[in-house]
Design a protein around this ligand. Structure first.
Ligand code: 4AD
Ligand code: MG
Length: 468
């Protein structure tokens, strides 16, 4: 079989009949009778299978007994027009080689309809299902589109560190990184505190929660940058929207104010969703039909609508009005409160029925680096809120005044020791600048219509779960 080059299933399905072809892949299903066998073969290049038709009399007796769901095959044959419905072409097999059998008694994906919950327990195998194949291809396409979007605009892809000494969001949700031997008594200084001089970096370090602060260093040097990498949060949130390890895209732009920032965020998401609709339709249609028949409609509606831009104060007024009219929320609503996902979704899904960019948040519930408004109460934060998801993007214009930034750092009682390098951006040639962070898996929840964030990343890390 070796002289013929293998063709991927995706390409086979587009070829004209009447050619000798070689296909390789895994068996999805096998059916037939004594004379003729039908095998649906998939190699992951597309959601669709190629049908293999085999005249049983041309093959050894036991061959088809050894072929079951999950087995891997190499098939040579003639590509012919299909008589069955559902596909234009199929392969009339002349040779079939089994690469690896797949014991039906033990194969975890043997059952036809396995729940998403069950599949999480076999995450090492679930990528072979139609659902996760589709999700992974969409994930890949979105990663590519993110780079394309920023590269076309001349942004510089900046690699920010994974290991860091600073807590960007100041929320204390960092995973510590250490080589200190936790089985032994820890080295202490005279004050009785842990002596990090003895640790690998000679100081206390953690996994980053955000590349933003280093991103600002890049933006105030080369103008416009973006990061795209893993971030880590040790928040004990067991929700369908939180991961302990997630990927974030963080553009940061010199000379952008909050309005420029909102414009970019809106253009960015619309680009990504349009890209998915143009390039991933087979997978999206499958996900739409299997899990969420509102998916395609929602994707189209986002690309064609102008996002609402709303002040936090006005958002709270709308929510208070809703409560007065009998809407029940689990968490209370008042000016100053950090909005819960139920509040965000009310604004987006019920009140406006389109994405909302909320700005002008109370400074107390936002991070230290955000530009303070003249009223002394609010900051130029912006959260982009999406249907089904809630917050998909968080960002702000940054405080560019040295005095105000220092003021906020001391007000919050933050340690300046680890931040002098950051403050230098305001000391030396400070400029107005802005940026935001898009949660990559939140985007994927939206684009795939999946309802649990554990199902849009190959190996989810959540509290008490770091398997594989
Ligand atoms: O709103 P966040 O915390 O903002 C930042 O980290 C800023 N430093 C970003 C910036 O301005 N450069 O996080 C940004 C986004 C959220 O809107 C959300 O989409 C996602 O990251 N996110 C999470 N996604 C999955 N699991 C979690 N635990 C997440 N926490 C935040
Ligand atoms: Mg946020």
């Amino acid at each position: 079989m070796s002289t013929l080059v293998r063709t991927k299933v995706k390409d086979l399905l587009k070829m004209e009949p009447g050619q000798e072809v070689l296909a390789k892949g895994w068996v999805r299903t096998k059916r037939g009778n004594k004379q003729v066998k039908f095998i649906a073969l998939n190699d992951g290049s597309t959601i669709n299978n190629i049908q293999i038709v085999a005249d049983a009399s041309n093959f050894p007796e036991d061959l088809f007994k050894r072929i079951s769901t999950g087995a891997s095959l190499c098939v040579r044959g003639q590509l012919v027009a299909s008589t069955g419905s559902g596909q234009a072409v199929e392969i009339q097999a002349s040779e079939i080689e089994i690469y690896g059998e797949c014991d039906p008694m033990r194969y975890p994906l043997q059952k036809k309809d396995t729940s998403l919950e069950y599949l999480r327990t076999v995450a090492h195998m679930r990528m072979r299902t139609n659902t996760f194949g589709a999700v992974l291809r969409v994930r890949n396409a979105m990663a590519y589109a993110i780079h394309t979007f920023f590269q076309q605009k001349g942004f510089v892809y900046l690699h920010t560190p994974i290991i860091t000494e600073s807590d960007c969001e100041g929320a204390g949700q960092m995973f510590q990184v250490t080589t200190l031997d936790l089985d032994k008594p820890l080295p202490k200084n005279k004050k009785g505190e842990i002596d990090y001089n003895a640790d690998f970096f000679g100081k206390q370090t953690s996994l980053t929660v955000s590349g933003q602060l280093e991103g600002e260093l890049g933006a105030t040097a080369v103008g416009e940058i973006y990061t795209f990498g893993p971030t880590f949060r040790a928040e004990n949130s067991n929700t369908p929207r939180h991961l302990a390890e997630f990927w974030m895209v963080e553009p940061e732009m010199a000379f952008y104010d909050i309005k420029d920032n909102m414009d970019l965020a809106e253009e960015f998401i619309k680009y990504l969703v349009s890209y998915a609709l143009e390039n991933c339709m087979d997978d999206i249609r499958f996900l739409n039909d299997k899990y969420d028949d509102g998916l395609i409609g929602r994707l189209r509606s986002v690309t064609g609508t102008e996002f609402v831009r709303l002040e936090y104060t006005e958002g709270i007024r709308i929510l208070e009005e809703a409560v007065k009219n009998g809407v029940q929320f689990e968490y209370p609503v008042y000016w100053g409160v950090d909005l819960q996902s139920e509040h965000e979704r009310y604004l987006v899904e019920k009140h406006f029925q389109k994405p909302v960019i909320l700005t002008g948040y109370p400074k107390e519930i936002k991070a230290f680096y955000m530009k303070q408004d003249d009223n002394g109460k609010t900051v130029r934060a912006m959260d982009v809120l999406f249907p089904k998801i809630g917050e998909i993007i968080g960002g702000s214009e940054r405080e560019s005044s040295l005095e105000k930034l220092e003021g906020r750092i001391s007000e919050l009682g933050m340690s300046r020791k680890n931040l002098e390098w950051y403050i230098d951006t305001r000391r030396f040639g400070t400029v107005p600048h802005s940026g935001f962070g898009l949660g990559f898996e939140r985007l994927l929840l939206f684009v795939t219509g999946m309802s649990n964030i554990r199902d849009v990343i190959p190996f989810p890390r959540t509290p008490k779960n770091a398997e594989f």
